[in-house]
Design a binder for this molecule. Structure first.
Ligand SMILES: Nc1ncnc2c1ncn2[C@@H]1O[C@H](COP(=O)(O)OP(=O)(O)OP(=O)(O)O)[C@@H](O)[C@H]1O
Length: 369
């Protein structure tokens, strides 16, 4: 015979004791508990997370079960259904109306693997259940078409509300747009700065992105007009800095990160991803050789008080996969996919925290002196 009282109120009361570990408030206050159904000695409910890539899913599920057992009764069968509705605090602009979060992926210098990281983060987020797109804003050296095996593809043009719009290319579940899809291959297109900025604006305004949880922007290395065009055209949720561990790379990454922090730009920096953090040979998957030095990404992160979102090993298969046009995360190798998946989860987590704690993002107004 049960002695507890199993009602919707007692369930909500119990779940009011479960804190969302990142957002530091309880699930009921955060309005994350839905569809409570009661049976005999059984309760079933849905917890709506702020991202499907939440790394704390299982912890939250366990805390829900424990709370019901502690506050109502130890013998109740608890069935927790976890779903996600990705959070957004975007200022409503006519550009990209269906895109919840716009994430700038930036690096201080070229060749640190920014495009590789962007491509693999995107696929990892998609595999978690999110709707994801990439804009290749590296107008002067686009590499996204190669990395997604899409060099031969060209975007279709379709009518949306009477306006001609480019249809993004879709590969491995990711919507893509790049200047590489629009200019002839092997043709050296020489762009003036304003032309490049105009091309980027078209990727935002004249492309039919539809609904996306995360739109990743693969920026050119360093700081440029393209960065300014980005922050002026759309409200950027946050920026990620990709660096390698060497001192020379870190010096440039510091400048790149500081740019987002400038008062007139003021884009939240979500964290640092250290690429090529260590070398792992294929035949020794448990070995780590810190050939570019150790802890550089952490130093940068500490300096700006932001988290390290991930450390990606230098692995031959990552380069091969990029060249073959199939991001390595599409394979299920534990070393490479695991590193990108945990970086993607940490990024999604930081976006959720940012959306819960900081003001809405607006496009930046930069006054030229
Ligand atoms: N972790 C890694 N392990 C092995 N190879 C990698 C790794 N990350 C990137 N690479 C390789 O390094 C090269 C440069 O990477 P990528 O094009 O992503 O850099 P980038 O920073 O976007 O460069 P840029 O912006 O200058 O075009 C590519 O050949 C890529 O496959």
């Amino acid at each position: 015979m049960s002695t507890y009282k199993l009602t919707k109120e007692s369930v909500l009361n119990a779940l009011g004791h479960v804190e969302e570990p990142d957002l530091k408030r309880d699930l009921v206050t955060l309005n994350m508990v839905k569809d409570i159904e009661l049976g005999i000695d059984q309760v079933r409910f849905t917890v709506v997370l702020t991202t499907p890539a939440c790394p704390l899913k299982e912890l939250i599920r366990k805390r829900c079960v424990d709370a019901i057992h502690t506050h109502i009764g130890p013998d109740i069968e608890v069935i927790v259904n976890l779903t996600a509705d990705v959070s957004s605090t975007r200022f409503n602009t006519p550009v990209l109306p269906g895109v919840k979060n716009i994430i700038a992926i930036s690096s201080g210098k070229g060749g640190v693997g920014k495009s590789t990281v962007t491509a693999n983060l995107a696929v990892a987020l998609y595999k978690s259940g999110a709707k994801v797109g990439i804009i290749d804003a590296d107008i002067f050296g686009p590499s996204i078409p190669v990395m997604f095996g899409a060099e031969e593809l060209q975007p279709a043009v379709g009518q949306v509300n009477g306006k001609n719009m480019l249809q993004p290319i879709q590969q491995f579940g990711i919507k893509l747009m790049s200047i590489g899809f629009l200019t002839p291959r092997d043709n050296a297109v020489v762009w003036r700065g304003p032309m490049a900025s105009q091309a980027l604006r078209q990727f935002f305004g004249d492309t039919n992105w539809g609904e996306l949880d995360y739109l990743l922007i693969d920026l050119p290395p360093g700081t440029s007009d393209i960065h300014l065009t980005l922050v002026q055209t759309v409200p950027v949720t946050g920026a990620v800095i990709v660096t390698t561990p060497q001192k020379v790379a870190l010096a440039d990454a510091t400048k790149g990160l500081a740019m987002f922090r400038q008062p007139q730009i003021n884009v939240p920096v979500l964290g640092v991803i250290e690429n090529m953090a260590y070398f792992t040979p294929a035949e020794l998957p448990d070995s780590k050789y810190y050939i570019f030095g150790k802890g550089g990404g952490q130093l940068l992160a500490d300096k700006f008080d932001v988290p390290v979102l991930g450390q990606i090993p230098l692995v031959q298969s990552i380069r091969e996969a990029g060249d073959e046009g199939k991001p390595v995360v599409t394979e299920n190798d534990p070393v490479t996919s695991g590193a990108f998946r945990s970086a993607a989860e940490a990024l999604a987590q930081q976006i959720s925290v940012r959306n819960a704690t900081l003001d809405k993002t607006r496009p930046v107004e930069i006054v030229r002196q």
